[in-house]
Write a protein that binds this ligand. Structure first.
Ligand SMILES: O=C(O)[C@H]1O[C@H](OP(=O)(O)OP(=O)(O)OC[C@H]2O[C@@H](n3ccc(=O)[nH]c3=O)[C@H](O)[C@@H]2O)[C@H](O)[C@@H](O)[C@@H]1O
Length: 436
C-alpha cells in the first residue's frame, strides 16, 4: 500500500491505517502521522469550506431574489444606475443634487427643467398614475429627457426604491412635489389622498431622516389649508385648522408631519403653499384647462358662484412664478442638522405662501379665455357645490418676498395667453408639441 493510498480520506472508516503503519519503518511512520494529521486538517478545512459555501448558497437565493425584486421595481441594473448617477450629477461642485418627486407632474416638470438648466443635478421620480391623461405625463417625460433629467418610474410609498436611490446618490435637496392633487376628486377617491399625501410623505421623510447626510426638503403644500379662513389676504399666521376638503386636510396633515420630523430629526423643511398654479403643460383636471377644452369643443362649462351671487375667485399663479419661488426656497434652505436618524440641533422650518396676490373671479377667467380662443363659451352659472371648493383665495406673499425674494410678474391675461398658445400647439399635433 502506498503512502498516497493510506492518506486517501474518502473511505477512512473502512481503512485500518494503524495496521498498515506496521509495515513501515519508524521514520516513515512519523512522517506518515504528520501527513495524516495534515490531511485531517486539510479535510476538516475543506469540509468547513463546503459547509460555509452550502449555507452561503442557501442564503443567496433569497438575497438574489431580494436584489432582483429591487431591480425589477427599479427597472434597474447597472445601466439604470449609470443613468441615475448621470442625471443627478450637478455641473459644478457648487451645484445641488436634487431628487424631484412628481417630476412628470405639471410643476415637477417645470421645476426639474429649470434646475437642470442652471446646472444642478436632478433625478426625477414619478409613478405615472392614471389620475389624468398619462400621455401628457409621458410627453412631459420626453421634455425632461431632452433636458437631461432621468425619471425613475416608481412610487414614494416604495421604501426599498427610495432607499436604493439614496444609496446610489447623495441628495443635497429633495423637492417633493408628488401628491394626489385636486380638491373635488377627494370625494370620489379619499384613499388615494391618504396614500400619497400622508403615507407617501411619511415614507419619504423616514428615508430622508435616516440618510447621512440628510437632505434639505422643500415640498408643495396648498392654499387649500386656509379652508374656511375669512381673513384676507391669507397670511401664514392665519388659522389653518378648518379644512374644507379632504385634500386640504391631507395637506394640513403634511404640514404637521413635516413639523414633527423637523423637531425630532433635525430635517430642514420648507413647505410652499401654492395658489392655483396654471400654465403650459398644466393639469387637465383644473378648471382653466378643461374650460379651454370644452369652449373649443362647443361644450357647456359650469361656472360656480357663491350663495350671494358672486363668482368664486382664485389667486391664480403662473407656473414660472411658482418655479422661481421653488428655486429660491431651495437656494435659501439651510442644511438639515441631523444625520442617520439622529438630531444634532434645531433645524430650519419654514412655510411660505406662493400666490399672485390678485384674486380673479372665475367669470373673468372665462372671459379672458373667450377672447384668446375667439370662441364664445356656453356658460352655465351654478351654485358652488359642497364639494370642498372654497369661495375665494388670496395670498399675502410678504414673507416669501422678504425671505425668498419672491415676486410674481405674470398676470392672468399674460399667463393664459402662454397657456393657450401651448394648448393649441400641443393638441393640434403640430411640431410645436415637441417644443418646451
Ligand atoms: O391652490 C391650491 O392649492 C389648489 O389649486 C387648485 O385647486 P382650485 O383652486 O380649486 O383649482 P381649480 O380646480 O382649477 O378651480 C379653479 C376655480 O374654478 C372653479 N370651478 C371649478 C370647476 C368647475 O367646473 N367650475 C368652476 O367654476 C372652482 O370653484 C375654483 O374657484 C388645484 O387643483 C389644487 O390641486 C391646488 O392644491
Amino acid at each position: 500500500m502506498s503512502l498516497l493510498d493510506t492518506t486517501r480520506p474518502s473511505t477512512q472508516g473502512k481503512l485500518k491505517p494503524e495496521k498498515s503503519l506496521l509495515y513501515l519503518q519508524p521514520h516513515h511512520q512519523r512522517s506518515l502521522r504528520l501527513y495524516s494529521s495534515l490531511s485531517k486538517f486539510a479535510l476538516s478545512s475543506f469540509l468547513f469550506l463546503i459547509i460555509f459555501l452550502f449555507f452561503s448558497l442557501l442564503s443567496s437565493p433569497s438575497s438574489a431574489s431580494h436584489r432582483s425584486k429591487i431591480t425589477n421595481s427599479l427597472s434597474g441594473g447597472s445601466q439604470w444606475e449609470k443613468k441615475v448617477i448621470k442625471s443627478a450629477r450637478p455641473k459644478s461642485r457648487a451645484g445641488f443634487t436634487v431628487l424631484v418627486t412628481g417630476a412628470a407632474g405639471f410643476v415637477g416638470t417645470h421645476v426639474s427643467v429649470a434646475l437642470k438648466r442652471r446646472g444642478d443635478g436632478v433625478l426625477g421620480l414619478d409613478n405615472f398614475n392614471h389620475y389624468y391623461d398619462v400621455n401628457l405625463k409621458r410627453d412631459r417625460q420626453k421634455v425632461l429627457e431632452r433636458s437631461g433629467v432621468f425619471v425613475v418610474e416608481g412610487d414614494i410609498n416604495d421604501i426599498k426604491l427610495l432607499q436604493k436611490l439614496f444609496d446610489v446618490v447623495y441628495f443635497t435637496h429633495v423637492m417633493h412635489l408628488a401628491a394626489q392633487a385636486g380638491v373635488r376628486y377627494a370625494m370620489q377617491n379619499p384613499k388615494s389622498y391618504v396614500n400619497s399625501n400622508i403615507a407617501g410623505f411619511v415614507n419619504l421623510l423616514e428615508v430622508c431622516k435616516s440618510a447621512d447626510p440628510q437632505p434639505a426638503i422643500v415640498w408643495a403644500s396648498s392654499s387649500s389649508v386656509y379652508g374656511l379662513n375669512k381673513r384676507v389676504p391669507f397670511s401664514e399666521k392665519d388659522r389653518t385648522d378648518q379644512p374644507a376638503s379632504l385634500y386640504a386636510a391631507t395637506k394640513k396633515a403634511g404640514e404637521a408631519l413635516a413639523h414633527s420630523y423637523n423637531h425630532i430629526y433635525g430635517l430642514s423643511i420648507t413647505g410652499l403653499r401654492f395658489f392655483t398654479v396654471y400654465g403650459p403643460w398644466g393639469r387637465p383636471d383644473m378648471a382653466y384647462f378643461f374650460f379651454t377644452k370644452n369652449i373649443l369643443k362647443g361644450k357647456e362649462i359650469g361656472v360656480y358662484e357663491t350663495a350671494d351671487g358672486k363668482s368664486v375667485a382664485r389667486d391664480f399663479t403662473y407656473v414660472d412664478d411658482i418655479v422661481k419661488g421653488c428655486l429660491a426656497a431651495l437656494d435659501t434652505a439651510k442644511n438639515s442638522t441631523g444625520s442617520g436618524g439622529k438630531n444634532r440641533g434645531p433645524a430650519q422650518f419654514r412655510v411660505f405662501n406662493l400666490g399672485n396676490t390678485s384674486p380673479v373671479p372665475v367669470s373673468k377667467l372665462v372671459s379672458i379665455l373667450e377672447k384668446l380662443l375667439k370662441v364664445k363659451a356656453k356658460k352655465k352659472v351654478l351654485p358652488l357645490p359642497r364639494n370642498g371648493d372654497v369661495e375665494f383665495t388670496h395670498a399675502n406673499i410678504s414673507s416669501a418676498q422678504t425671505e425668498l425674494g419672491y415676486m410674481p410678474t405674470t398676470d392672468l391675461e399674460m399667463g393664459l395667453k402662454k397657456f393657450v398658445r401651448w394648448y393649441t400647439g400641443y393638441y393640434s399635433g403640430s411640431k410645436k408639441k415637441k417644443s418646451w
